[in-house]
Write a protein that binds this ligand. Structure first.
Ligand code: DGJ
Length: 293
């Protein structure tokens, strides 16, 4: 696999895997991405499937553009993430829902009976009244669902989801960075060998920065200090973390956006193995690397 990819789908088009979320349901990986072909305004959430994370089949728009209001063509929607709710079997999508000027700061919830949608918009919210910008989701080993949500100077929250995953029931933790006045955005989390690893980026718009991670034995904490997982000053090899994805062989895959603000639809993504263990996370550069699905 190439370290930097502008992945093409089965139609020969650049896969719109921006701000993506990936889950494995059955034999396939389902990737939900921001469709940025015509710029930043909302063009629907697109889904691609792959058996091996290399070849992607375009399955079309799974969360359509609405005629008016939120998720309409004059709004923005970012970082679509889908979980399958174990208690209902339903597929639940969380997505950052915005006005064109980023003044709305809500998270929208949509549901579907099939991972290929169509997802039906339910409502948008500010969890417990808090601003919600970049989001991530996490499903723990017992099936509990969590929403990670960035709330500017208050920090970044991890909210526990209700049993049906439709809403939040608890603000479990809210963290700012270490020696940093804000929480980290583009949040994503994994659990490995009894430790939670939380990743995020500093708030620099479309520009890259040294992304950070922290660890804890429980989601409530205590959380470690935040520190970079790439060489300091490398700006995370010019990327913004999207996902750290557990692979079947016990390894982990880092996926990050290298935003091209003047041509968002052609922004490449970084796909690199990330070493996780013993409280450390380390991403090394590889022009090419081998991955056996
Ligand atoms: C950083 C966020 O992580 C992106 O998803 C996007 O909202 C940009 N900011 C917009 O500047």
């Amino acid at each position: 696999m190439s370290g930097v990819r502008l992945a093409h789908d089965d139609r020969g088009e650049v896969a719109q895997l921006h701000g993506l979320g990936i889950q494995r349901f059955g034999d396939l990986y389902y990737a939900y991405g921001e469709n940025k072909v015509k710029g930043n305004l909302f063009q629907g959430v697109v889904c691609y499937t792959s058996p091996d994370l290399q070849d992607w089949t375009n399955r079309g728009i799974v969360l359509p553009v609405r005629d008016e209001g939120l998720l309409a063509a004059d709004t923005i929607a970012e970082r679509p993430k889908v979980l399958r709710c174990p208690s209902t079997g339903e597929y639940v999508m969380y997505v950052h829902a915005e006005r064109h000027d980023y003044s709305y700061a809500h998270v929208a919830v949509a549901v579907a009976d099939d991972p290929l949608g169509p997802f039906r918009f339910l409502f948008s919210m500010q969890p417990f009244g808090n601003i919600s910008r970049d989001i991530g989701v996490f499903q723990d080993e017992g099936g509990e669902g969590y929403l990670l949500s960035e709330d500017r100077e208050h920090g970044t929250h991890i909210y526990r989801l209700s049993a049906d995953y439709h809403s939040v029931v608890e603000d479990v933790v809210c963290l700012k960075g270490t020696d940093y006045a804000f929480g980290y955005e583009s949040p994503t989390m994994i659990r490995h060998e009894g430790l939670y690893y939380w990743f995020g980026s500093q708030l620099t718009g479309w520009d890259c920065n040294d992304n950070m991670f922290a660890t804890a034995p429980a989601i409530e904490g205590p959380w470690s200090d935040w520190r970079p997982f790439t060489p300091e000053g490398s700006r995370t090899f010019d990327s913004q973390c999207d996902l750290v994805l557990p692979l079947p062989d016990g390894q982990f895959l880092y996926i990050g956006d290298r935003w091209n603000p003047d041509d968002l639809g052609n922004s490449p993504t970084l796909w690199l193995p990330i070493r996780i263990g013993g409280g450390n996370a380390s991403l090394e550069w590889h022009d090419e690397w081998h991955y056996e699905a």
